[in-house]
Design a binder for this molecule. Sequence first.
Ligand code: 4NP
Length: 160
Amino acid sequence: MSGSRASVLFVCLGNICRSPLAEAAMREEAARAGLDVEVDSAGTGDWHVGEPPDRRAQAVARRHGIDISGYRARQVTAGDFERFDHIVALDSDNLAGLRRIATAGSRAALSLLLDHVPGRAGQPVADPYYGDADGFETTWADVTAGVRGLAAELMRKAAA
Ligand code: 4NP
């Protein structure tokens, strides 16, 4: 839809590691590219609702110049499927979880983040939660690649 504002929700398991980083990277990429887009993130699980991002996620974002300390985790809701054009899962377990709760009236297009990177369709952004700090740099590299591809697609759609 030319001229209308796109909206994207990133979804991982806890909404404290991967999806907040995807949200932050997408906000930055959209600002850089001049793309008008609503961006949010959520988790399929509820264990961390109300918490700020994991300290290691905050640290990697800070290393890349972005403050995500004010983000708070929330769980995905049925309303998200009406509110967002795109719901982008960080891995296939979370994509399967989203498909289970999507209703017939859902308008959101579901995808995996790395589906938006040529040659990486179907790949997960690995869960860094139980790993070391290096894992979060890998997460950052993956989410950055994913949001660049996604933003480029949204720019093409906005221009069409
Ligand atoms: P995220 O990482 O899904 O990238 O936010 C995780 C956060 C918490 C847990 C698992 C993954 N957890 O089991 O509590």
